[in-house]
Every structure is written in C-alpha cells, then in structure tokens.
Design a protein around this ligand. Structure first.
Ligand code: NAG
Ligand code: NAG
Ligand code: NAG
Ligand code: NAG
Ligand code: NAG
Ligand code: NAG
Ligand code: NAG
Ligand code: NAG
Ligand code: NAG
Ligand code: NAG
Ligand code: NAG
Ligand code: NAG
Length: 507
C-alpha cells in the first residue's frame, strides 16, 4: 500500500504529525486522524441483537471511584477480581472483573491512582481472577493468550503513559492466577516515573486477543498525574473536581452484560464481532446517573471509556459551555470555549463548566449527539437512549462556596509550537485482510502483522513527522505507546488514487 509517488514531492508537514523522543518524555495528543467512512459490521447475527431492559434515567447518584495516592515511594498492590456490582437501581447486580486493593473493595471503574510529576510510582497488579475462562466468550481462533492451563490472563497497560517498555503491559506479557504467562512477561510489578506533564491517563487490561472483552468486563480505571507547582491557580478542586468515565453497554434482563458472541465471519472467527455498541450510557459505573452541583465552577476529567462509541457531548442549557483546559497530553496553552466536545474511545478531556449563574433547583442535561459508527449513522447502533448521558441538579450551598476561575494562560502547557525541521518522515498504512464475504480477518500496519519483526527504529531524542494513512472503513483513534505526539493536521484522501500511486491522491 505504500505510495511510490516521486519523493521529490516535498511532504507538506500539514499532512502528518510530529513527535519527539527526548529521554522518553513529551508532547500532547490533540486529536486523531480523519478516515474513510463506510458503514460496516457490528450486529453480526440476529441472535446478538439484544436490547437492555427499560431503565429509568437519573435515579442513581454519580459514584466517584475511590482515590489512592501513589507518590510516597511505597509499592501499592491492585488485584483484578471477579465481583458483582449494581449498575442501576432497577437492574440486578452485574458480574464484572474489577481492580481493587482487595476483593471486598474492588470497584468498577477501579480506583483512581494519583501520582505526582517526577515522583516514581510502583504498582503491582495481581491476577486474582480464578475463573477458568472469561465470562464473556473468548474467540479461540484469534491470536490470543491461550494459557495452557486455562484461566483468565491479564496484563495492565497505562494508556498515555511514558515509561520503560517492561512496565507497559505488552499484550504478550499476560499472566494468569495459576502462573501461566506470555512470552514478553517480566513481572507483575510496574514502575511509572511520571516524568511527563500533568494529565489524565487511564489503566486497563491489554491482553492479546481479549482486550475488548476484559475491558468491557470492567478492567479499567483512571490515573492522574499532578504537578502542583506547575498547574494553574484557582482551578476547581476537592469535590468540585470530578472524573467522568463515559461508556456504553447493553444488559440482559438479569443484569449480565450482553456482548455479541457470534462472529461476522463464523468460518474464520466464530465469536468475534468487531465493534461493541451498547444501548445504555454509564458514567463512573452507573447507568444515566445524576450529580448534584452547587452554583459554582466544576472541573471534569473526562475519559471516553467505550469499546467503540464516539461521544459528542453537549449541554442542554445554551448559557453553559465547555471550557476545555487540557487534553490527553496535558494542559492547553489557552482555554477553548466550546458548545460541544467530541471524544473518540480512549480520548480524555479536561473541562470546566461554570454553573455560577444557574438557578437553584434547575436541571441541566449532558447529552450525546455522535452517531455510530462515527461519523456515519447505522440506525441500529443509535437508539434514542444513547443520546442521554447524565443530569446535573443545581442545589444550594449553605454560605458562600469557593471561588474558582478560568486560567487565562497556562504556563504548564505542553509547548505545541514545534520547530518542524525534522529528523525524518515515516508513512504508516492501516489496512485489513477480508474474507470472501468482505468481513475482516486481520488488521495490518504497513502490510505487516503483529508477529512480524520490528521495522521502525527511531533514534532517541529525534523529531519525526509521521503520516498515518487509514484505509480501514472505520474511524480509528490511534495512540503510540511510551510516547505522546502532536497532531499537525488531519485530512481525508482518495484511497483509490493513493493505492494506484497517483500523486494527486493527497490534495
Ligand atoms: C502485502 O503482503 C502480501 C503478503 O506478503 C503481498 O502479497 C502483497 O503484495 C503486499 N502488498 C503490498 C501493497 O505491499
Ligand atoms: C503510602 O501510600 C499508600 C497508598 O496511598 C499507603 O497505603 C501507605 O500506607 C503509604 N505508606 C507510607 C509509608 O506512608
Ligand atoms: C426503580 O428504582 C427506584 C429507585 O430505587 C424505585 O423507586 C422504583 O420503584 C424502581 N422501579 C421499578 C420499575 O422497579
Ligand atoms: C520534571 O522533570 C522534567 C524533566 O526533567 C522537568 O522539565 C520538569 O521541570 C520537572 N517538573 C517538576 C514539577 O518537577
Ligand atoms: C480449564 O481450561 C483448560 C484449558 O482450556 C482446560 O484444559 C481445562 O479442562 C479447563 N478446566 C476446567 C475445570 O474447565
Ligand atoms: C514485585 O514486588 C514484590 C513486592 O510486592 C516483590 O516481592 C517481588 O520481588 C517483585 N518482583 C520483581 C520481579 O521485582
Ligand atoms: C443472564 O441471561 C442471559 C440471557 O438469557 C444468559 O445467557 C446468562 O447466562 C444469564 N446470566 C446469569 C448469571 O444468570
Ligand atoms: C454570570 O452573570 C453575570 C451577570 O450577568 C456575568 O457578568 C457573568 O459573566 C456570568 N457568569 C457566567 C459564568 O456565565
Ligand atoms: C500568562 O501568565 C504569565 C505567568 O503567570 C504572565 O506573566 C502573563 O502576563 C500571562 N499572560 C496573559 C496574556 O495573561
Ligand atoms: C516552544 O518551542 C519552540 C520551538 O522549539 C521555541 O521556539 C519556543 O521558544 C518554545 N516556547 C516555549 C514557551 O518554551
Ligand atoms: C510518504 O508518502 C508520501 C506520499 O504521500 C511520499 O511522498 C513520501 O516519500 C513517503 N515517505 C516515506 C518516508 O515513505
Ligand atoms: C478517486 O480517484 C479515482 C482514481 O483516480 C477516481 O476515479 C475517482 O473519481 C476519485 N474519487 C473522488 C471522489 O475524487
């Protein structure tokens, strides 16, 4: 797929994005790539079309996951456990896998880990799941961990983190409760130096071939890097700083997660149905929760924790806006005033909402207007239930509350004004192989598969511009492990012309 257009055509930097490798540090993710749209597979079999029981919105309060400080130099131990948790008052308890310091305290989402910049954190992730197999169906025809003695393998990735690769949660570094482990396993102990700028990250299971299942089963939690001396003054803090992990699921009437397990290409992969879209929206592990807020400013640390759904968040009151102060990579140089925010899966946003002028007793809704698969619209994936995210109820405070303000400029911001004189360019194509029915078998990167040898070896401390060229039918958010990058530009392109090596493919 790699273009053989004349290399005399100077690659305009606006077609790619740059990143720098400086002692493993740096940069900001400001977006992702623009891709081709084609409605594709999701509901793979009629037997997989399930609707959740009717659940009344806004009857449960928004839970806040427990917080664990991980900056005093001691190792903390988190286990992955099998638990049940009530995700809506009118729904029976749901079986989940969840992180916690003990089985009794494990929660979905897991505890929020709070680290300090430049202070090393040590986390051990124990596998305390004694099931012989995942409770959602594993497709055993995919390249997956396949532990010889059974069990549920786990390995935890800190998404957005910059650290040594032996703490990265490599997909083949999985391990079971019974002691089986994958080829790149070194230890359950992870070391996070937290050199990078203050930002919201998240941790989640990353086991080869079953990540979509273990994450949908609950193995996810937030990780916040703070840098008190560098952060803007007067930001909302304490109970005015609230994490929001937004995602979607479908439930059986008995409360169990309904997850499709009939493959779209049963001869190749009997149980793999790419892309999971639910019909209810959960925030911090509750279906359509409400949050009582004072007429004050709040800071929301938002993660799109969904398997596949994009969210375009809006507020029902026109006088309110999102004031975005940070992204995946840290603070923005200046706040952005937005009426909506679109987040692809795994994107994070650091957002202020100022309720100061709202009347006590009034209600504001956070809604979703993104269509699935984004940006297309396949009606079956977009029941009206997914338009609603949560409710804010404005309540009175006794006496005057804290005063917060929007930072006018953020000196802690990542420097996004790069000198784009680079040390090199690389192109990467994202492609797939299809079976005779047009269903996906594998995804390829530069026509190579997961097990092929390493081809790209950038030098530490260099700055490169990479073109990521997506031939896949779906919009695919992309991150690169162990490094953050800055998006320079996004654009559509003519895939037919590009493949035919026509230099006009990229306008
Ligand atoms: C991709 O790899 C396959 C199998 O090795 C090969 O047949 C094909 O020509 C390659 N395609 C491109 C565009 O390099
Ligand atoms: C360090 O922090 C952990 C987690 O917050 C806590 O459990 C532990 O007691 C602390 N250790 C010391 C020595 O303060
Ligand atoms: C749903 O839950 C609420 C609050 O727990 C309760 O008042 C209501 O009766 C329940 N509705 C149904 C249909 O079970
Ligand atoms: C953290 O370390 C980086 C790299 O050494 C340095 O640039 C930055 O100023 C440090 N920040 C803090 C808050 O210590
Ligand atoms: C557990 O899984 C292994 C490997 O798939 C299998 O050989 C074994 O029979 C299973 N044990 C039980 C109790 O189901
Ligand atoms: C991992 O941490 C534990 C303490 O929780 C320690 O006993 C063990 O030796 C460590 N393992 C490795 C490989 O460092
Ligand atoms: C819940 O219901 C589904 C669909 O009927 C069924 O497959 C599943 O086994 C049930 N789960 C439990 C824990 O009863
Ligand atoms: C609240 O209303 C006052 C008076 O109209 C106005 O000056 C201020 O900008 C408003 N604040 C917000 C956050 O809307
Ligand atoms: C930005 O912040 C710096 C440091 O706090 C300050 O010196 C500067 O005046 C500010 N600039 C603006 C435009 O507010
Ligand atoms: C950001 O980087 C550019 C290019 O390297 C440099 O010219 C500029 O001074 C830097 N800005 C800050 C605030 O460090
Ligand atoms: C990347 O592709 C462009 C055409 O889009 C081409 O001009 C350039 O030479 C390619 N660069 C590399 C490093 O392959
Ligand atoms: C894409 O390129 C092909 C081959 O050059 C051309 O036939 C087609 O019209 C182009 N499509 C668009 C939408 O420009």
């Amino acid at each position: 797929m790699r273009s053989r257009c004349s290399s005399s055509r100077k690659l305009d930097v606006a077609h790619g994005f740059g990143f720098t490798v400086k002692n493993g540090l740096f940069a900001a993710v400001l977006g992702s790539l623009l891709l081709l749209g084609r409605a594709d597979h999701y509901q793979c079999a009629a037997s997989d079309l399930v609707y959740s029981p009717t659940l009344t919105p806004f009857i449960d309060a928004l839970p806040i996951p427990p917080v664990i400080d991980i900056w005093n130099g001691s190792q903390i131990v988190l286990g992955a456990y099998k638990i049940t948790q009530v995700l809506h008052s009118n729904l029976s308890a749901t079986t989940l896998y969840a992180y916690g310091v003990s089985e009794a305290t494990a929660t979905y989402p897991g505890p929020t880990l709070e680290a300090k910049r430049n202070t090393t954190s040590y986390v051990r992730f124990d596998n305390c799941i004694t099931d012989n197999e995942t409770f959602l169906v594993t497709d055993r025809t995919l390249a997956w961990a396949n532990p010889p003695n059974g069990g549920v393998p786990i390995v935890t990735h800190l998404h957005g983190g910059q650290f040594q690769s032996d703490s990265d949660g490599h997909p083949d570094g999985w391990y079971t409760n019974g002691g089986d482990h994958g080829s790149t396993f070194t230890s359950e102990n992870h070391t996070y130096p937290n050199y990078q700028p203050a930002a919201l990250l998240f941790y989640h299971d990353h086991t080869v071939g079953i990540t979509r299942i273990t994450v949908a089963s609950g193995l996810t939690g937030l990780y916040i890097i703070r840098s008190p001396s560098e952060e803007p003054a007067n930001l909302p803090t304490g109970s005015n700083e609230i994490p929001l992990i937004i995602l979607d699921k479908t439930f059986w009437a008995n409360g169990s997660i309904a997850f499709p397990d009939t493959g779209d290409s049963p001869d190749n992969h009997p149980n793999w149905c790419p892309g999971y879209y639910g019909d209810t929206i959960l925030v911090n592990g509750k279906v359509w929760p409400y949050l009582e807020v004072f007429p004050e400013m709040y800071r929301f640390r938002i993660l799109n924790g969904a398997n596949a759904r994009f969210y375009t968040l809006t507020l029902s009151n026109d006088t309110l806006e999102f004031i975005q102060i940070g992204t995946d990579g840290g603070f923005l140089p200046d706040p952005l005033y937005l009426s909506e925010i679109t987040l692809a899966p795994a994107y994070r946003a650091d957002v202020l909402i100022d309720f100061t002028n709202m009347t006590v007793g009034s209600v504001v809704y956070m809604n979703n207007s993104a269509l699935a698969p984004f940006p297309d619209n396949t009606a079956i994936l977009n029941p009206s239930t997914v338009n609603s995210v949560r409710e804010f109820r404005i309540i009175a405070r006794n006496g005057s509350g804290p005063r917060y303000s929007v930072p006018s400029n953020m000196t802690a911001a990542t420097n996004t004004t790069y000198d784009l004189t680079t040390d090199g360019y690389r192109n990467f194509t994202f492609d797939e192989t299809l079976d005779a029915d047009g269903n996906r078998i594998k995804i390829l990167l530069n026509n190579a598969t997961w097990t092929d040898t390493v081809t790209e070896t950038p030098t530490l401390g260099t700055l490169e511009i990479w073109d990521l060229i997506n031939f896949l039918p779906d919009a695919h958010p992309i991150h690169i492990h162990l490094i953050n990058f800055l998006v320079v530009y996004q654009q559509s392109f003519n895939a037919t012309a590009y493949t035919a090596n026509e230099c006009s493919a990229v306008p």
